[in-house]
Design a protein around this ligand. Structure first.
Ligand code: SF4
Length: 230
């Protein structure tokens, strides 16, 4: 029987992006296809560490949290949830039956996997990954991904002191080309060890780029470390 590697299922408050402050059930799928230098969920990357869970186990937990906590949505997060698209294809109709909205948090490179489940998602939080953070370029994949993502998609750009202004320009151009009204969030990285936020000079350059391109964006750091919750 089809099962999924899931690191944890818990209820909390969304701490990033367009649905900031919304109470959600988070299903953290284990394993990832990338290795971002700023990854804040390194434990979830090791899928071998977690026992495989069945549809029944996952739905039971969701229903129990729904009853106890009264959340608005289920957030599929990771790791990279789309690596387990076959499982999600069968799980998402079951989640729909609970009446909860379905949000997908993804690194936005697995285009074929998204096609399998896109219609069942209500919201997609699509991270654009920069070569300066992953060591690889995913511009083509990101563009294809955004083209098939549902209308209620927003884009998140995590920026560090290594992010180049040219990468922001490229991301803005891509978003404008696909659908200029996609909300864009610039997320200064949560600092850890050698991973640092960019300085004022970087944000001044971004501001200049955005005015030249008539591109709207918001700056919003992760809030859950500030609130002291996960
Ligand atoms: S895509 Fe997300 S989970 Fe995967 S390595 Fe990057 S930050 Fe971590």
């Amino acid at each position: 029987m089809l099962k999924a590697k899931i690191a944890e299922i818990f209820c909390s408050i969304q701490g990033e992006g367009l649905y900031l402050g919304q109470k959600q059930i988070f299903i953290r799928f284990a394993g990832c296809n990338l290795l971002c230098d700023y990854c804040d969920e390194p434990k979830a990357l090791q899928s071998g560490k977690f026992p495989a869970q069945s549809f029944g186990q996952v739905i039971k937990k969701i229903k129990s949290l729904q009853k106890k906590e009264n959340p608005e949505a289920v957030s599929l997060t990771g790791g990279e949830p789309l690596l387990q698209a076959a499982f999600m294809e069968k799980l998402l109709p079951m989640i729909k039956n609970t009446g909860l909205q379905i949000h997908l948090e993804t690194n936005a490179v697995l285009v074929e996997e998204l096609k399998r489940i896109a219609k069942m998602t209500d919201v997609i939080a699509a991270d654009i990954k920069f070569p300066s953070s992953t060591g690889n370029s995913f511009w083509t994949e990101h563009e294809k991904f955004l083209k098939i993502a549902p209308k209620k998609t927003f884009v998140k750009l995590v920026v560090t002191n290594k992010t180049k202004a040219a990468e922001i320009k490229k991301a803005f151009s891509m978003v404008k080309k696909v659908y200029s009204k996609i909300p864009v969030f610039l997320q200064p990285v949560t600092e850890k060890g050698e991973i640092k936020k960019p300085g004022k000079e970087f944000f001044d350059r971004v501001e200049k780029i955005s005015s030249n391109m008539e591109m709207k964006y918001k700056i919003l750091p992760q809030q859950h470390p500030l609130w002291g919750i996960k």
